[in-house]
Design a protein around this ligand. Structure first.
Ligand SMILES: [Fe+2]
Ligand SMILES: [Fe+2]
Length: 359
């Protein structure tokens, strides 16, 4: 597990760091954006709600939360069934990368900005994400497979998104992060015998941070009604909803042993997370995906199978592999299109978007 690999940057890093540095279609990404445009946001139209949220972030409710206590039961990494161990590590590394991705983006915004409102917000959010990433890394270090975050910052590819795409993608990833963490937490509250790692005990307060971060992006989107109301942006919102949901579906299905050990049925869990996220997103998005339409589950299944075939074809290589990859790629595209064209449900968005965590 702790074998070190020579990378293209010449540094010797361990396998988990190497894994976290990769950016395939499904891995959590690092983002960069037009920071000057973001810096020009004027929060005056939502000042009252903004100040309340900033006050909450400033009060730092989770200041002492991310510390190991007596509740942190020892983990038997050595005695763990190898497939479960592999998938648990994969879950932790993928979560760590997602947390750290937020940290890097928010910190950069704080560093480049001059707008005091924006800088203060991103400063607090970077603080939270650094804690989250650090806490997961502590868990990995116990198994001697901690990720080298400094290396990751330099080696990982950054994807450029214009600010509005950052709002849609990051808003959704914060809210879906909340929904995922709270759903797992509530499930394990009822079935503690399935708690395969102590980190899940920390998820309840943890996910409230993610909830607040999502609130911040909801407010940022509220500063300019065009962002959520113009016909073209509605199509973009729809695109991001389908993309974020379907990536989650494919990624979760790649960890059967992990979900089995947690006593979680992946399809039910994913639908539950989509449902919570959709309900929350009514605060700001005028449309939502109809996840109860029979085409939804069918499309997700088709997409997952096609992407699995694409992955196998890639490993196969050669002409045969290239052809198989092309046809599987086309099938993935069609499956995505069929998900995208499911008629959406319309919402009347409230004037004041603010919500409290309710699950
Ligand atoms: Fe986080
Ligand atoms: Fe977050």
């Amino acid at each position: 597990m702790n074998a070190h690999t020579e990378t293209r940057h010449g540094a010797a890093v361990n396998e988990t760091t190497q894994k976290a540095s990769e950016t395939t279609l499904l891995d959590p990404r690092f983002y960069t954006t037009d920071f000057d445009e973001l810096d020009r946001i004027d929060v005056t139209p939502i000042r009252e709600e903004w100040d309340k949220l900033i006050a909450e972030l400033r009060s730092d409710p989770n200041k002492t939360h991310f510390k190991k206590t007596a509740d942190w039961d020892p983990v038997d990494w050595e005695g763990m069934e190898p497939e479960l161990k592999k998938e648990l590590v994969d879950f932790l590394v993928s979560s760590l990368t997602a947390e750290f991705s937020g940290c890097v983006l928010y910190k950069e915004m704080k560093r480049r900005g001059n707008n005091p409102d924006i800088c203060e917000l991103f400063n607090y959010m970077a603080r939270d994400e650094a804690r989250h990433a650090g806490f997961i890394n502590d868990a990995l270090r116990e198994a001697d497979i901690g990720v080298n975050l400094g290396f990751l910052t330099k080696a990982k590819k950054y994807t450029y998104f214009r600010p509005k795409f950052i709002y849609y993608a990051t808003y959704l990833s914060e809210k879906i992060g909340y929904a995922r963490y709270i759903t797992i937490y509530r499930h394990l509250e009822k079935h503690p015998e399935h708690r395969i790692h102590p980190i899940f005990k920390w998820f309840e307060q943890w996910c409230n941070d993610e909830f607040r971060h999502g609130e911040a992006f909801a407010l940022l989107m509220k500063t300019d009604p065009k962002l959520t109301e113009s016909p073209i942006n509605k199509l973009w919102i729809r695109f991001f909803l389908v993309a974020v949901f379907s990536v989650m579906h494919v990624r979760d299905h790649a960890r059967p042993a992990f979900h089995n050990a947690l006593g979680i049925n992946v399809d039910e869990y994913d639908q539950e997370v989509f449902r919570k996220t959709s309900e929350i997103a009514r605060q700001v998005f005028p449309i939502e995906i109809d996840i109860d339409n029979p085409r939804w589950q069918r499309g997700l299944d088709r997409l997952r199978v096609a992407m699995g075939d694409m992955d196998r074809a890639k490993r196969q290589g050669g002409i045969g592999g290239a052809v198989a990859r092309f046809t599987a790629g086309a099938r993935s595209g069609l499956a995505f299109l069929s998900l995208y064209t499911i008629p959406v449900k319309k919402n009347v968005v409230p004037a004041n978007p603010r919500l409290e965590p309710a699950y």
